[in-house]
Structures are given as structure tokens and as C-alpha cells.
Design a protein around this ligand. Structure first.
Ligand code: ADP
Ligand code: MG
Length: 396
């Protein structure tokens, strides 16, 4: 069990320096911040601490810089955080270690917020360098991790530094991710429907292996479906096939044949750039590729998700090449049926960067999903049961 910031007596936070690892790895173009969902998600944790009189020292990485590179600076992010947290004093410091940082921290008052510069401007961060970890840890009294999406990495700020604190706590965001993902991994509310799409079976195989036995229904769409259809002997034309995982798919189909659902109709075209597409049933012509599930499949899957009383639904991976409007219907239908399932009382979870994009494209808001997992790689690793250094570092 993780110890969450709300499990601790309020008085412990008063005037304490709290190091909070967040994931502010968001897109910044020419100094302007794009989608700020990752900032907004950490507000409950930051506000919880400022209201209890802590001096909040926030650290994050941004991108994959090679040493200092201005376009990877967190300075624009500090500005956005300050706009959101207008009641608090938000300061930015242009390094994450060293005397300049220490001096600013010494002047902080309870309730103040300080955002450190990009941790990855120092290469020591990613190699979990002990001296670097010690420097980070020396700035604060309490450690909080609210960056689930980087907790699969054994870096200084997620692991090495964390271990040097006596008091190591989970933020609300990280805890919610762990609670929801543990629920579907260990004890899903039944019936549990698992919808999987997208392209790379390779990235998802660990999660698939853990969830296939757990789920009551597994609906497969996206390019992933064509690897399964090919394994079944269906003609798949030029559709994307993951040849490396064909035999794995054959085995999964024979073990879980009763619960796996596959598309029976498809939107096909000669290329993804084509402006014409047609709907076909069964085999895919040799010179064509399938870029979306067909309307009948979309209807079948949507019914399963939104109308058949799922207890839990987890969706990862778009049903088609939704970036092109010609091939977006399947994904949009699923996004809408996810919202319907939510309103009907199912626990709904969405994971995956492209899946989130698709959900927005379908006009489904974050508030119409029980939990939006922004973990990406971390979400899949967690579901696969892999070691999560950022989480294990929090445990005693
Ligand atoms: P996520 O980021 O949600 O985990 P993935 O990265 O696995 O999802 O897959 C998303 C990508 O899969 C999208 O760019 C989408 O265009 C592509 N895709 C889905 N279905 C197909 C298909 N039938 N053919 C080609 N690409 C597809
Ligand atoms: Mg993706």
C-alpha cells in the first residue's frame, strides 16, 4: 500500500520543504505551452500542500535535451502554472541543483511554490547518479511523487533521491493511477471489457498477457486486429501485420477463443493517403489495406461497450487510422460508447496518447471517463506487472 499525502497528519506539512516530482513533459512551441492537462492534473496535490503551509519545490523533465537547450526550458510551464495557481506565489529557477537553487529555497515561505528547471539538463538525472540524487534530496524534508508516467524509470528524481527521504509519499494523481490500474489488473468490476487497438502489439504484449485471462470480453480493432485475422487464416491484403507476433496471436486465439471478438467488416483503401475508401465484409482484397473497422463491427463493439452493462471497460489504442477522417468512424463510435458506458455507471478507463487524442476528436471530455491514464509507457508496464522503480521507491 502506498502512503498518500492525505494519510499524513496536516500539521506535518506546515513550513516543511516538500519536493514534488511531477510530469510536466508537455509540448512547448516557441515559448508557448500547448495542451496543459498534465499541469492541471497535479493541481490537487500542489494545492493540498500549499494550503497546509508547505514550501513546494516542483521538479520535472521536459523532452530529451542534450545538456541545456532553451527550447526544453520549463520556464513557459512555470508561467502557465502561475496563471493556474494565481493565489500562490510561483517562482522559477533556471537550474535544478546548485547554490542558486538553495538560496531561493532558503527565502521561501510556507505556501510558496518553486519550479526547478528541467532535470534532464543534467545527464546525471537519467543515470540515477548518487551525488545528483543527494543534491536533490538535500533541498527538502518530504518527498512526494505525483508523476506516474515516469515511475517506470529508475532516475535520480524518481528513485535515487526518493530513497534518501524518510517520508516518501504518493500524490493524488499517482495514487489514482495506481488504484484504477490495480483494479483492472487484479480485481476488475465485472463484466470486464477490454478494447485494444492501435499498431504495436510489441508494446502491449505484456499488458495483453495479463489482461486476456482477466477480461470477460476482449474486442480487438485497429491494425492489431489484422495480425489476429491473419493468424486465423483470413486474407488481410496489405493491412499492417505484426509478423513477429503472428504465432503469439494464434496461441491467444486458441486459448481465449470464447472471449475474443474480431472485426467482420472493414473500411479498405489502396493507401492511407487515398481519398476513396470502401466498406467490405470478410476477406480484404490483395491490393487493399484495412484502415478502420466497418460500421457493423463498430456497432457490435459499441453495443458491447455501452449497452451490455459492462462493469469495467478499458480502452487502449484507436480502432483505425483516425487521423484521416475517412477512417475515423470506428474510433469515434467507440469513444462515444465509452461515454455512454460511463453515464450508465460502468468504470471506464482510457489509456494511450493516441487514444486520448481520438477521444477528444470524438468530442468526449475528460469528465466523461472515470479515469484517463496519461501514463503511456508506464501504464502498459504497470499492467504488464513490470517493476516500477518510482512506485517501489515510495514503499518502506
Ligand atoms: P496509443 O497511443 O493510444 O497507445 P498506438 O500508438 O498503439 O495507440 O496506435 C495509434 C496509431 O495506430 C494511430 O496513429 C492510428 O493511426 C494507428 N492505426 C490504428 N488502426 C490502424 C490501421 N488499421 N492501419 C494503420 N494504422 C492504424
Ligand atoms: Mg501511440
Amino acid at each position: 500500500m502506498l502512503q498518500v499525502i492525505s494519510d499524513i497528519d496536516d500539521s506535518i506539512f506546515k513550513d516543511k520543504k516538500v519536493f514534488v516530482r511531477v510530469d510536466f513533459n508537455i509540448s512547448v512551441n516557441n515559448g508557448s505551452v500547448g495542451e496543459d492537462y498534465r499541469i492541471r492534473k497535479t493541481i490537487p496535490t500542489i494545492e493540498y500542500l500549499t494550503k497546509r503551509g508547505s514550501k513546494v519545490i516542483i521538479a520535472s523533465h521536459l523532452g530529451r535535451p542534450k545538456g541545456f537547450q532553451l527550447h526544453y526550458s520549463l520556464s513557459p510551464v512555470a508561467k502557465r502554472l502561475s496563471d493556474i495557481m494565481w493565489k500562490s506565489k510561483v517562482t522559477f529557477v533556471n537550474d535544478c541543483v546548485g547554490d542558486s537553487v538553495r538560496k531561493i529555497i532558503e527565502k521561501m515561505n510556507g505556501g510558496d511554490i518553486l519550479l526547478l528547471e528541467n532535470l534532464r539538463f543534467h545527464k546525471q538525472e537519467e543515470i540515477n547518479d548518487f551525488e545528483f540524487s543527494k543534491q536533490l534530496a538535500s533541498f527538502a524534508d518530504i518527498y512526494v511523487n505525483d508523476a506516474f508516467s515516469t515511475s517506470h524509470r529508475k532516475h535520480s528524481s524518481t528513485y535515487g533521491a526518493a530513497k534518501l527521504f524518510d517520508l516518501r509519499l504518493a500524490g493524488f494523481n499517482l495514487n489514482k493511477e495506481v488504484e484504477y490500474l490495480s483494479m483492472i489488473k487484479e480485481n476488475p468490476v465485472r463484466p470486464f471489457t477490454f478494447l485494444v487497438g492501435g499498431v504495436k502489439i510489441k508494446d502491449k504484449i505484456g499488458a495483453l498477457e495479463n489482461l486476456l485471462p482477466k477480461a470477460d470480453k476482449v474486442l480487438i480493432g485497429g491494425a492489431a486486429a489484422y495480425t489476429f485475422l491473419k493468424a486465423k487464416g483470413v486474407e488481410t491484403g496489405n493491412s499492417l501485420i505484426d509478423f513477429e507476433h503472428l504465432s503469439w496471436a494464434t496461441k491467444a486465439l486458441s486459448t481465449f477463443s470464447e472471449k475474443i471478438m474480431l472485426p467482420n467488416d472493414h473500411v479498405v483503401s489502396s493507401s492511407s493517403k487515398d481519398i476513396y475508401a470502401s466498406m467490405i465484409k470478410g476477406d480484404i482484397p490483395k491490393n487493399m489495406a484495412a484502415f478502420d473497422i466497418g460500421t457493423e463491427t463498430a456497432q457490435r463493439y459499441s453495443n458491447e461497450v455501452g449497452c451490455n452493462g459492462s462493469g469495467t471497460v478499458f480502452w487502449n489504442g484507436p480502432m483505425g487510422l483516425f487521423e484521416n477522417g475517412l477512417f475515423a468512424n470506428g474510433t469515434i463510435s467507440i469513444a462515444k460508447s465509452m461515454a455512454l458506458a460511463f453515464w450508465r455507471g460502468s468504470k471506464t478507463l482510457i489509456g494511450g496518447g493516441d487514444t486520448l487524442e481520438a477521444m477528444k476528436k470524438a468530442g468526449v471530455s475528460e469528465g466523461e471517463v472515470s479515469h484517463v491514464s496519461t501514463g503511456g509507457g508506464a501504464t502498459l508496464r504497470f499492467l504488464a506487472g513490470d517493476d516500477m522503480p518510482g512506485i517501489s521507491a515510495l514503499k518502506k
